[in-house]
Design a protein. Structure first.
Length: 78
């Protein structure tokens, strides 16, 4: 199951990074991204960063780093 999640996240993340213009034409510019990341190209940067975050999260999940990180943040110290 972990490998399936990794492959799906890799495909979705890579698609977001490669096909940024397609996402921009489907969903339009993101107002928050345009304001915070730059007037021109902020939405493109947002979609690319979102794709990279999805790839990194999928990699962390399959290697077990996500569970370790969540335990380090939320588990009470003994």
């Amino acid at each position: 199951m972990n490998y399936f999640v990794f492959i799906i996240s890799l495909i979705i993340g890579a698609w977001l990074v490669i096909k940024t213009e397609k996402m921009l034409s489907w969903f339009g510019p993101n107002e928050w991204a345009e304001e915070k990341l730059g007037l021109y190209g902020g939405s493109r940067l947002f979609y690319k960063m979102l794709g990279l975050i999805i790839i990194i999260a999928g990699t962390m999940f399959v290697t077990g780093w996500a569970q370790d990180l969540l335990l380090a943040i939320f588990a009470p110290k003994k």
